[in-house]
Design a protein around this ligand. Structure first.
Ligand SMILES: *Cc1c(COP(=O)(O)O)cnc(C)c1O
Length: 429
C-alpha cells in the first residue's frame, strides 16, 4: 500500500501541531512510521487519503460499536444541527438521554454529562473526595483514567508507549494522594488500605482493563474490592469509559453483577461525539453543584449535537440487545482464528478477550497485570502491526491497546483478518 499523501499531510501537521497529532497514541511512535490520515469511514472500513481501504479494529478507540457513520446516529446529528449547535441553556434531549442511560445501567439514579472520559473520571474522583471528606485515592498500575493530574502517576497506554510513566507537570503534592495498586492483586489493595486507614476516598478501576491490552478481572477480584470498599467507607468507582454500553447494555456492572458506587462513561455513550458522563445513586450525586457543594461545570456539557448522537446510539443498543451477544461471538471467532494461526506458526502469544475487547500479546506468560503485559515482545508486535496494515487490517499502533470489534464487521471480514494474520505470522518467527 502507498501512503504518500498521508505522509505529506503528516509533515504539514507537524509544523503546526505538536507531533502532528491531537492525541499522542495516534502518532506511530510505538511502531514506527507515519500515521495514516483518514478521508472517511463507513461500517467496518476506513478509507484513507491515499485511496486505501482498511478493516478497522480501533473504531475511534471504542465509540463506533455499530460501525462508522451509522445512519440513525448521523441523521440525528444532522437534524439537531439545523436547530442550532449550542445554547448554554437546558434542553429536553439531556433529560431523554439521562433517562435512557439510567434505565439501561444498574444501580444509578442520576447522571451528569461532560465532554470527555477524562473529565468524567476527574469529576468522579472530586465527588468521591467531597462525599467522603478524604483525600487519597487508589488506582491500579496500567489502568488509564484520562490525563488529569491525579491519574498520571503511572498511567497506561500513551504514557507507557512513550516510556514516561510520570509526566512532568504533575506536582509531587498531587502524586502523594494517589496510591498505586497491582491489578488483580487483592492483598496488595488490602495492604494499602490498612496503611492508610480512614484516608482513602475511593478506589478507581477499569473493571476490565483495556489500556494495557485487554486484561480481564480475575475471579473474585472485583467482588473482593467491593467488599473492601464497603468495610472501609471507601467509594468504588468503575471507570466504564471503555466497557460501558460495550460489554453489555449495563456495562461491567451488569456483566459481573457487581454494584459500583460511582460509574464513569465516555466513548460509546457519545456515539462518536465528545461526551463523557458520571453517575451514581441519588445520595451521592446530590452532593454536586448546584444541589450540593462539590463544584463541577461545563460550557458545552450536554451539547445538543453530542446528546443527539449519544441518544441515537443508546436507543439502537437498547432496542437490539442481541448486538452484545453477536459481538461476543464474532470476537470469539477472531480469537480462535488468530490463536490457531499463531500456534501453527510457532509464535509465542497470549490472547485476552472479554466481550468485544481483545488483545494479542507476544509472550506465553499469562497477561494479568501491568508487569505481565510489559513482557510481550515489542519487536514482534511492530512487525505484526505493519504486516497487518499492509494486508489492509488496521489494529491499534501499540502493543498496550485493546482492539475493539464493531457490529458492522462481517464473518468475511474476520476471515480476511485471520488470513492476513496467517501471511504475517510466517514473517514473525
Ligand atoms: C479512553 C479512556 C478514558 C479517557 O477518555 P477521553 O475521552 O479520552 O478523555 C478514561 N478511562 C478509560 C478506561 C478509557 O478507556
Amino acid at each position: 500500500m502507498i501512503y504518500k499523501r498521508s505522509s505529506a499531510l503528516f509533515s504539514e501537521a507537524q509544523r503546526v501541531i505538536p507531533g502532528g497529532v491531537n492525541s499522542p497514541v495516534r502518532a506511530f511512535n510505538a511502531v514506527g512510521g507515519d500515521p495514516i490520515f483518514v478521508e472517511k469511514a463507513k461500517g467496518a472500513y476506513l478509507y484513507d487519503v491515499d485511496g486505501n481501504t482498511l478493516i478497522d479494529y480501533i473504531n475511534s478507540w471504542g465509540p463506533m460499536i455499530l460501525g462508522h457513520a451509522h445512519k440513525p446516529v448521523v441523521e440525528a446529528v444532522v437534524e439537531k444541527a439545523k436547530k442550532g449547535t449550542s445554547f448554554g441553556m437546558p434542553t429536553q434531549i439531556e433529560t431523554e438521554i439521562a433517562e435512557l442511560a439510567i434505565s439501561m445501567v444498574p444501580n444509578i439514579d442520576k447522571i451528569r454529562f461532560v465532554n470527555s472520559g477524562t473529565e468524567a473520571c476527574m469529576s468522579a474522583v472530586r465527588l468521591a473526595r467531597g462525599y467522603t471528606g478524604r483525600d487519597k485515592i487508589i488506582k491500579f498500575a496500567g489502568c488509564y483514567h484520562g490525563h488529569s493530574d491525579s491519574f498520571l502517576i503511572q498511567a497506561g497506554s500513551g504514557a507507557i508507549t512513550f516510556g514516561t510513566p510520570n509526566s512532568p507537570g504533575v506536582t509531587k503534592g498531587t502524586a502523594k494522594d494517589t496510591l498505586l495498586a497491582t491489578y488483580n492483586d487483592l492483598n496488595n489493595v488490602a495492604k494499602l488500605i490498612s496503611e492508610n486507614e480512614n484516608e482513602i476516598a475511593c478506589i478507581i478501576i477499569e473493571p476490565v482493563a483495556g489500556n494495557m491490552g485487554c486484561i480481564p478481572p480475575a475471579k473474585g477480584f472485583l467482588n473482593g474490592l467491593r467488599q473492601l470498599c464497603r468495610e472501609n467507607g471507601i467509594l468504588l468507582i468503575f471507570d466504564e469509559v471503555m466497557t460501558g454500553f460495550r460489554l453489555a447494555k449495563g456495562g461491567a456492572q451488569e456483566l459481573y453483577n457487581i454494584d459500583a458506587d460511582i460509574v464513569t462513561f465516555g466513548k460509546v455513550i457519545g456515539g462518536g461525539l465528545p461526551v463523557g458522563a458520571f453517575a451514581a445513586r441519588e445520595e451521592i450525586m446530590n452532593h454536586l453543584a448546584p444541589l450540593g457543594p462539590v463544584y463541577q461545570a461545563g460550557t458545552l456539557s450536554g451539547n445538543p449535537l453530542a446528546m443527539a448522537a449519544g441518544l441515537a446510539m443508546l436507543k439502537e443498543l437498547n432496542k437490539n440487545q442481541k448486538i452484545f451477544d453477536s459481538l461476543t461471538a464474532k470476537t470469539e471467532y477472531l480469537h480462535n482464528g488468530l490463536g490457531s494461526v499463531l500456534t501453527q506458526n510457532s509464535i509465542d502469544h497470549t490472547i485476552n478477550r472479554v466481550g468485544s475487547m481483545i488483545s494479542v500479546h507476544f509472550s506465553e506468560t499469562p497477561v494479568t497485570n501491568f508487569d505481565t503485559a510489559a513482557i510481550g515482545n515489542n519487536e514482534t508486535f511492530k512487525k505484526f502491526f505493519h504486516g497487518m496494515l499492509s494486508e489492509g487490517v488496521y489494529i491499534a499502533p501499540s502493543a498496550f491497546e485493546t482492539w475493539f470489534l464493531c457490529e458492522a464487521l462481517s464473518y468475511e471480514d474476520l476471515d480476511k483478518t485471520i488470513e492476513a494474520c496467517n501471511k504475517v505470522a510466517t514473517t514473525l518467527a
